[in-house]
Design a protein around this ligand. Structure first.
Ligand code: HEC
Length: 117
């Protein structure tokens, strides 16, 4: 009886931590290694995106967490994370996400930063 309970709990732990931990994402580039453009993009992100998106997690805030966004085959919507799709989402928004007007420089810096996530 006692032994069986232990096995159940042990299995639950394996499922919760063992399997869950397998979904680890490729690591983000540390800020100490950012190129100047990536650092400028991080500032754009802080100003325009951070209130709705976590950059270093996939946990949702108002929108989905963006960790490893450009390293995965598909974004949460299922669209591939190409510069074209990202640019369209950023400038024009998508469903509950408002569009963000940016200059070409800000946009290019932001795309460079998103690729480090
Ligand atoms: C007011 C909150 C808000 C702001 C500000 C915001 N977003 Fe979003 N974002 C959202 C929401 C909500 C979604 C989910 C939209 C949906 O239903 O597909 C989303 C979705 C996304 C997606 C996923 C698109 C897809 O195809 O799955 C990306 C990438 C994204 N946002 C990037 C950004 C970037 C970069 C910025 C800064 C320029 C930004 N967002 C600013 C709320 C926001």
């Amino acid at each position: 009886m006692c032994k069986r309970n232990f096995l159940l709990i042990f299995t639950a732990f394996l499922v919760a931590f063992g399997l869950g931990g397998c979904r680890s994402l490729p690591p983000s580039k540390p800020s100490s290694e950012w190129a100047p453009q990536e650092a400028r993009g991080a500032a754009v992100f802080q100003a325009k995106c951070a209130r709705c998106h976590y950059p270093t997690s996939t946990q949702p805030l108002h929108g989905p967490g963006l960790q490893a966004l450009t390293k995965l085959k598909a974004m949460p919507s299922g669209a591939p994370p190409t510069d074209e799709r990202l640019t369209a989402v950023i400038l024009h928004g998508r469903q509950m996400m408002p569009g963000t007007p940016l200059t070409d420089d800000q946009l290019n810096d932001l795309l460079a930063y998103l690729r480090t996530l």
